[in-house]
Design a protein around this ligand. Structure first.
Ligand code: HEC
Ligand SMILES: [Cu+2]
Length: 347
């Protein structure tokens, strides 16, 4: 009698250890691409589903492992004389049991899964939702706010507590829009409009990343999401709508001239100063630079926006980001420094 008792103690110890290890897997913050730290209704719905299914999985695991250990404990050969298993052609009850039980488990997973799928579809959105157009390019993200007249790149700002309606378009190949803590992931497909609706709840700076392999610099196609209080968001919009800074003296003013004379202007819009012109660029356009200096990152959020990094980028974009669709224009020395001073002045 003591042997099975010791064995059942071992079984319970194993079950408890498993539960503790699995339960302890939730990492501490901050991990920027962590999907277990939801900050919107959308990511919360995914997270809840994940927890529900994981709990069910653990219950199944415990039952199966316990049955296995009990079988080992009670049916192993003890005397050395091999016991032959009974031979049966079939067992209707056993077969029914192993068909019905898995069916019930699958049903238990299906119900919350389908509920989450329905809950996270952008079937309808309220009239006061904020539309944000997301245009994916190899390898950067363009953001338009059609109702606000704002245009920016690689850094999207959204207010808390309001339905955001992302409309996803691609200029070239299939990309995927993913903000692990805020929302997504949804494919961005040329010739088709996909959508995401969500309400963000927690102000902060979050990471985004293209998650569909889209060419050489796929891994360099990142972005940032700034979730702001409605008042801070209004402030940002107001600033973005202001005309660009026009420096009148110093290196920045000289840089404005370099910008106008170099081919930068045919790909980059600076509102009221330059505009993208398709005929020279074979359709490649670059990010709107009207308020470039107010962005914290550049080139698909792969570098911090510092004068040094901007100079490195302009000197040779391809070296920073293999395959980048911005040409190397051979600028260096004073011209380059003036150009950088101008771009950074575009706060
Ligand atoms: C043929 C079009 C083209 C020309 C000409 C061009 N660029 Fe670009 N530029 C791009 C593209 C495309 C990107 C985005 C690259 C990426 O991130 O993959 C870019 C990105 C940038 C960025 C980073 C912007 C951001 O928000 O991430 C800066 C700054 C920039 N260009 C400055 C310049 C300057 C200065 C010149 C002129 C010396 C210039 N560009 C000429 C196409 C062009
Ligand atoms: Cu991509």
């Amino acid at each position: 009698m003591t042997a099975p008792l010791r064995r059942s103690a071992l079984v319970s110890a194993l079950a408890v250890t498993t539960a503790v290890v699995v339960g302890g897997c939730k990492p501490s913050r901050p991990y920027p691409l962590d999907t277990l730290a939801p900050t919107s209704d959308l990511t919360k719905a995914f997270y809840d589903l994940f927890v529900e299914v994981t709990v069910l999985d653990i219950i199944v695991l415990i039952v199966v492992v316990a049955a296995l250990f009990l079988a080992i404990a009670f049916f192993s050969t003890r005397t050395g004389a091999a016991r032959r298993p009974s031979v049966k052609h079939s067992d209707m009850y056993l077969e029914m049991a192993w068909t019905i039980i898995p069916a019930l488990i699958l049903l238990a997973i299906t119900v919350p899964t389908v509920r989450t799928i329905i809950k996270t579809q952008p079937y309808s959105w309220p009239k006061d939702a904020l539309p944000v157009e997301v245009i994916a390019h190899q390898w950067w993200w363009e953001f338009h706010y059609p109702t606000l007249g704002v245009e920016t790149a690689d850094e999207v700002h959204i207010p808390t507590g309001r339905v955001i309606h992302f409309e996803l378009f691609s200029k070239d190949v299939i990309h995927s829009f993913f903000m692990p803590q805020v929302g997504g992931k949804r494919d961005v497909i040329p010739g088709q409009e996909n959508q995401i609706t969500l309400v963000a709840n927690v102000p902060g700076e979050y990471y985004g990343q293209c998650t569909e392999f889209c060419g050489d610099s796929h891994a360099n196609m990142r972005f940032r999401v700034f979730v702001q209080s409605p008042a801070d968001f209004q402030e940002w919009v107001k600033h973005q709508l202001e005309p660009p800074v026009k420096p009148t003296s110093g290196p920045a003013a000289a840089g404005a001239k370099v910008f106008a004379n170099a081919p930068c202007a045919i790909c980059h819009t600076i509102r009221g100063v330059s505009g993208f012109s398709k005929q020279y660029t074979y359709g490649f356009r670059g990010p709107d630079l009207t308020h470039f200096g107010s962005r914290t990152t550049l080139a698909g959020a792969i570098m911090d926006n510092t004068p040094q990094n901007v100079a490195v980028w302009i000197r040779n974009p391809d070296e920073v980001k293999p395959g980048a669709n911005m040409p190397t224009l051979g600028l260096s020395g004073r011209e380059l420094n003036e150009l950088v001073a101008y771009l950074e002045a575009l706060k």
